[in-house]
Design a protein around this ligand. Structure first.
Ligand code: UTP
Length: 224
């Protein structure tokens, strides 16, 4: 099985958490795995500082991308102690990621181009390498009808079609200040590529459950 895992940057503030993720990834069986990591608090901090200094949004994105790549190297550090063969290079684009996967079990990367988050990067990578499964580890336990932090009556879904996901993400996006579970570009890529996707609460043990398709209480399955 070929898996792409999108891992939010919030993990990288805590060494023990990185170790826990590495342990679980070591225990999972797969043919190839690609991990795309986010920038977390450090990326946000750098982007805010750059903005205050006058940087345009594209430059801010490039700064964010560099931080995601540093986080990828942290994840790489933890995974080199496992039994998996890990690429010791963070690929800068999808072609390079694909090339590295030919001689490694595991490839870890950050962002690629300005204009979106690593959710979209991971969805594009999943499409490009023809992944069997796209796992999106987030900070909420699945997709809700509205931002659950703002709307107490928001409904959680355990199963959605990709088309339904795009509609929900689009609706949340137009409400200022609401945070989206996945970015709109990522949702659209999932829709066009028809790759089975699981959006779930990013705790290490949940990865095993998500791979088995058991999302009870932890996430949402997206299938076309
Ligand atoms: P993240 O994917 O961590 O963004 O990338 P985020 O908004 O913090 O994502 P969530 O909320 O955890 O899902 C950090 C920043 O790097 C830039 C963007 O500015 C993004 O906000 N980036 C990342 C890109 O421009 N392109 C990429 O491919 C990836």
């Amino acid at each position: 099985m070929k898996i792409v895992l999108s891992l939010g940057g919030s993990v990288f503030g805590d060494v023990e958490k990185i170790k826990e993720f590495a342990k679980v990834i070591d225990e999972i069986e797969f043919d190839k795995m690609f991990i795309v990591v986010g920038g977390g608090r450090v990326a946000r901090d750098y982007i805010n500082k750059a903005r205050m200094l006058g940087a345009d949004e594209t430059l801010c994105d490039y700064i964010g991308i560099e931080i995601t790549r540093v986080n990828a190297m942290l994840m790489m550090s933890a995974l080199t102690l496992t039994s998996k063969k890990v690429a010791k290079k963070v690929p800068l684009d999808f072609v390079e990621a694909y090339e590295l996967s030919k001689v490694n079990d595991l490839v870890i990367m950050g962002g690629t181009f300005p204009g979106h988050t690593t959710d979209a990067t991971a969805a594009l990578l999943a499409e490009f390498v023809n992944a069997d499964l796209f796992l999106n580890a987030t900070s909420v336990n699945g997709v809700y009808s509205a931002d659950p932090k703002k709307y107490k009556d928001a409904k959680r879904f355990e199963k959605l079609t990709a088309k339904e996901l795009v509609e929900i993400v689009r609706k949340v996006e137009v409400k200022a200040g609401s945070s989206n579970v996945i970015d709109l570009l990522a949702a659209k890529i999932i829709e066009r590529s028809r790759i089975k996707t699981i959006i779930f609460l990013g705790e290490p043990e949940n990865i095993k459950k998500a791979i088995k398709g058991d999302v009870r209480g932890i996430g949402t399955i997206i299938e076309s």
